[in-house]
Design a protein. Sequence first.
Length: 136
Amino acid sequence: MTQPFTITAVHHVTLTVSDVARSADFYTRHLGFQVLLDLGGTRRILGNGHVVLAVTLPSDQAAPIPAGDRFSENRVGLDHVSFGLSSRAELEAAAAYFDEQGIIRGEIRDLGPGLGIYVMAFRDPDNIQLEMTAPH
């Protein structure tokens, strides 16, 4: 039997963070998200009209984040989240903004004709690897 459904988009992404307020501030101030719902300091649901992003404390409050823990894409689980932009010019504008704001970022890279995209990596306050992507 073939699958009886088609996935058309990612509905939302939830990131476990060490400080909900700090993370929500980063995503709203620098990436244009708005707070849709504040769930008492343990989780905030953010949106920008295209993407829903939740930032949350660990779901098991009895097992807090180890002191000094930082995200690593070398663990099983999430490698990165990539946000789509409409053009290389918009990607270059994001790079200039990040430079102005002191947000460390990678170079804009062309992933070649096979993928047809440019990418630029950067990180949030918990070191979660993020990326901006634009088409050729």
